[in-house]
Ligand binder design. Structure first.
Ligand code: ADE
Length: 351
């Protein structure tokens, strides 16, 4: 790697970053808490999607202490729609550790950061370099793409060993401006050295030292082995309402979408003829049942294929339906208090 990323090409990269960097909210701060939050939100998530969440989150939780003390349902509501909800849980778990073990001050080294919940090699490297100037690498998928192309490497970037190898090779090359170096590689991967062979080599500060640019290999590199196909789950979703209340259910504390609220649903695609008996079996009297739109939602490892029914039930007096674990929630509360994942967004229009 050192033959490609020479001190001179690194200076060119840093200069390019300083003139071309996007003005992003988390780039106008040295506060490690803010940098940490941004890096967690940016995992698997586009910059434009993160911006409004980042701003709203900081209004409610301006510091580690506020995050550590935020009630779970409010935390989930702040994260609603951003996906990968375990990120939010780990963030709070780590905030509690920072309060208990570091007196509320974020740890300042890669090694200490790496021990916190939800902080892996990449995130520890990003925070330590950007907030504290430690000369450590931060290699995510975008940076892997840049390095594979610059070095003309055919190693499979989906393999953990490949990342380890790049970390070791990059570490001795990191300049004193470690934070800008981290961000310059991220920025290059996000705006110039983009995926699917569409790299803008004409604008790239590293084109002069890049094997893929010189040999026209950007559509071949990086090599990334295919993931195994997603499992498909058929689900029947129920919009159960009595007047202005809708039935919700809290998901279990573990697994997919843990602790979030969902529209009640059953595994499999139930026919309309099976619905009245099913609705009675969960303790409600159905007055009208109507099939509504189908929807799909794609998670990392699973795909939900949903059919749905709108079910009008006889008025209930109780808000909590003990036997079925369902809550009947006023529609205003449903929008303001309960975090309902985007998997159900096709049905939010009906609420
Ligand atoms: N993706 C991950 N980290 C980022 C950052 N600091 N700026 C922009 N995009 C990013």
């Amino acid at each position: 790697m050192k033959d490609h990323l020479t001190p001179r090409s690194i200076s060119t990269l840093l200069e390019w970053y300083r003139t071309n960097r996007r003005d992003l909210p988390w780039r106008n701060t040295q506060d490690p808490y803010r940098i940490w939050l941004s890096e967690i939100m940016l995992q698997q998530t586009r910059v434009e999607a993160v911006k409004p969440y980042y701003a709203r989150f900081l209004e409610t939780c301006p510091d580690v202490e506020a995050l550590a003390e935020l009630p779970e349902d409010r935390l989930m509501k702040l994260w609603e729609g951003l996906g990968y909800y375990s990120r939010a849980r780990n963030l709070q778990k780590a905030a509690k550790t920072v309060m208990a073990e570091y007196g509320g001050e974020m740890p300042r080294t890669y090694d200490d950061l790496r021990r916190l919940s939800g902080i892996g090699d990449y995130t520890a490297g990003a925070i330590a370099s950007i907030a504290f100037g430690e000369r450590v690498p931060a290699i995510d998928g975008n940076v892997l793409r840049v390095l594979a192309r610059v070095c003309g490497s055919y190693e499979d970037i989906a393999k953990p060993d490949t990342k380890k190898k790049w970390q070791q090779e990059l570490t001795p090359l990191i300049p004193e401006e470690a934070g800008d170096f981290t961000q310059s590689l991220i920025e290059l991967g996000a705006t110039v050295c983009v995926p699917n062979g569409e790299a803008k080599c004409g604008e790239c500060p590293l084109a002069h030292c890049c094997v893929a640019a010189k040999k026209g290999l950007c559509d071949e590199l990086p090599v990334k082995s295919a993931k195994k196909p997603r499992r498909i789950e058929k689900i029947t979703v129920l919009l159960i309402r009595d007047g202005d209340r809708t039935a919700l259910r809290k998901r279990p504390d573990r697994g997919l979408l843990a602790g979030l609220y969902e529209l009640p649903n059953v595994s499999g695609h139930l026919g309309e003829d099976a619905m009245p008996a099913y609705i009675r079996s969960i303790g409600f009297e159905p007055l009208r049942i109507e099939r509504i739109d189908d929807a799909r939602h794609i998670f990392t490892h699973v795909e939900w294929h949903m059919i749905a029914y709108s079910v009008r039930i006889a008025p209930e007096f109780d808000g909590y339906h003990g036997a079925s674990g369902l809550l009947l929630v006023q529609n205003d509360d449903l929008h303001q208090k309960y975090a309902i994942p985007s998997a159900f967004s096709a049905y939010k229009n009906f609420l």
